[in-house]
Write a protein that binds this ligand. Sequence first.
Ligand code: AMP
Length: 216
Amino acid sequence: MNLILLGPPGAGKGTQAQRLQERRGLVQLSTGDMLRAAAAAGTAVGKRAKAIMDAGNLVPDEVIAELIGDRLDQLDAGQGFILDGVPRTTAQADAIDAMLTQKGRRLDRVIELKVDDDLLVERVTGRFTCANCGQGYHDKFKRPKDAGKCDVCGGTEFKRRSDDNEDAMRARLQVYYNQTAPLLDYYRARGKLHSVDGMADMEEVARQIEKTLKVA
Ligand code: AMP
């Protein structure tokens, strides 16, 4: 099963991709995670990407095509994947389509997570993760059970993404509606698009996604 999770920043793509990875053995391919890793490692691509990401803009399509192409090449032929946060432009969607065709693979479903803007801003500006194990938390919706201590690994350091502030988030939303939302029609026209209610709680969203995967 090869999937794309499509939706604005904060819609829950990463959370749901991780669940699908755990439950269905699919590989999560997140270009945001790849770019943050490159930035943390201080590579040339990472340094260039960091400034673009902090401003809430999109990294050039060629960079993304290369990142995704490399990762797809590393997968076994039968290994299913979830694209999380990619494609974000029609050019990226075309490039991915061409890569998959060339590898004799196909896209099975594109799942849209629909969420209202106000909730997105609240979700994104409040989120943080354990610096040690990556467990996700939220100031309002999901605090650690013991204040200051990770529920999973007991770590006491937490971090926030540098682009999870209100200004960058408003810019990211603008970019989403201008450049990424047209992909909804792109995939609808190809008969691939399924939409789920991303405002529901995490378990319910996961249930709705599972339902779309069972549709023939
Ligand atoms: P994300 O973790 O998916 O929210 O991505 C964080 C940031 O990384 C975005 O705001 C962009 O600056 C950059 N980025 C991630 N994926 C892409 C992509 N497919 N195309 C262009 N920029 C991307």
